[in-house]
Design a protein around this ligand. Structure first.
Ligand code: ZN
Ligand code: ZN
Length: 366
């Protein structure tokens, strides 16, 4: 374990990162601070991978590889002069991984370890970019990540077999008809009735996709817009914005196919056109069974207090893209029952979690 001075240096790094919050995809100063910290205090090989950082602990040619990933980005904040704030604790996650880098100094663990500092988690793009552009990912046998989670006992290691966090995406359904004088609406094609029917029926479509299964698949009506305030003109364009969320990305994909087919059929009947756009696409964050069982026994052996979640988290996490490629584990560290919620104005990462998180990561290294 790190000594008190080393732990304080990790907490000081966290506070420094907190003071330079950067939005998704623009984490330059954050990466510079992390690189400088690791170069000064460790002999890890540190590489700028273009939008993300890789630090490597190397022990030998034929040894197995494992990976740990931390996120680095802040969330948008109108009140902050720089437009961003570390309201999700990614400053803490990055500092923790730097602390692990210090613990790896001189260690002989019989394995090689990649520390992955990834940006743009909040938009769902960062993990995807690493997965799509870094072929070495396939050399890694297991990959791990954690998140601090308020609302649970402070320091509890939060585990869940299978799905830990939901898949989600934004879906925009655009329908284009034909304008007409309000006195002769039948001469045009007005999309309002179709979009309204879709808004009313989309929850039944989700139930059909689940076919009685008790997984979560929910639709939130985010926005609807059509026509205007010219009372002489029948509407000709409109859009419905939905957020789809569920335990399985496959369910969401099936629901999208259903919404498309329903809308295309309706448009064909009325001579209208439709288009679909996906936003903020996250897949489910689903743990590998063997990695879960292995970690459970390691955490117990390390004397950590483990709590298992009954339900997957409703929010999404882009680490799910890693877990689709490499078996691994995502887990939480409880931030305290009364700690302000993630993304709220009052939230700041609690440095008191750093030693517990390091014990958990170290248990996975050994
Ligand atoms: Zn967040
Ligand atoms: Zn987060």
């Amino acid at each position: 374990m790190l000594n008190a001075d080393q732990l304080e240096s990790v907490a000081a790094l966290r506070r420094g990162l907190h003071l330079c919050p950067e939005l998704s995809g623009r984490e330059e100063r954050t990466m510079a601070a992390i690189s400088a910290f690791l170069r000064e205090r460790t002999s890890l090989e540190v590489q700028n991978m273009g939008g993300w950082l890789l630090a490597t602990h190397w022990e030998g040619e034929d040894l197995p590889w494992i990976g740990f990933r931390a996120d680095m980005d802040a969330i948008p904040c109108d009140e902050a002069a720089c437009g961003a704030r570390h309201g999700c604790g990614h400053d803490g996650h990055s500092a923790i991984l730097c602390g692990l880098g210090m613990m790896l100094e001189g260690a002989r663990l019989g394995r090689n370890i990649h520390l992955i500092f990834q940006g743009a988690e909040e938009t769902g793009e960062g993990a995807r970019r690493v997965c799509e552009t870094w072929p070495r990912l396939d050399k890694i046998e297991r990959v791990y990540a954690l998140h601090n989670i308020p609302g649970f006992p402070k320091g509890a290691v939060l585990m869940r077999e299978g799905c830990f966090a939901c898949a989600s995406c934004g879906l925009i359904v655009r329908v284009k008809g034909r304008p007409a004088h309000a006195a002769y609406p039948a001469e045009g094609a007005n999309p309002i009735a179709l979009l309204s029917r879709l808004a009313l029926e989309v929850r039944d479509m989700a139930q059909d996709v689940l076919a009685g299964g008790n997984r979560l698949l929910m639709v939130t009506l985010i926005g609807i817009r059509a026509g205007g305030e010219n009372f002489g003109l029948s509407a000709s364009e409109g859009q419905l914005n939905l957020t789809l969320r569920g335990h399985s990305k496959a369910d969401i994909d099936a629901l999208i196919r259903r919404i498309r087919a329903w809308t295309e059929a309706g448009c064909a009947q009325e001579g209208m056109k439709c288009a679909f756009e996906l936003r903020d696409e996250f897949c489910d964050t689903t743990n590998d069974d063997a990695a879960y069982a292995d970690a459970l026994s390691r955490f117990a052996a390390a004397g950590l207090s483990v709590a298992t979640l009954r339900e997957p988290m409703r929010w999404s996490e882009d680490f799910g893209w890693f877990l689709k490629r490499v078996p691994g584990l995502y887990f939480g560290i409880g931030a305290g029952e009364d700690w302000p919620g993630l993304h709220t104005a009052a939230f700041e990462f609690d440095d008191g979690l750093i030693p517990i998180a390091l014990r958990a990561l170290w248990a996975l290294c050994r």
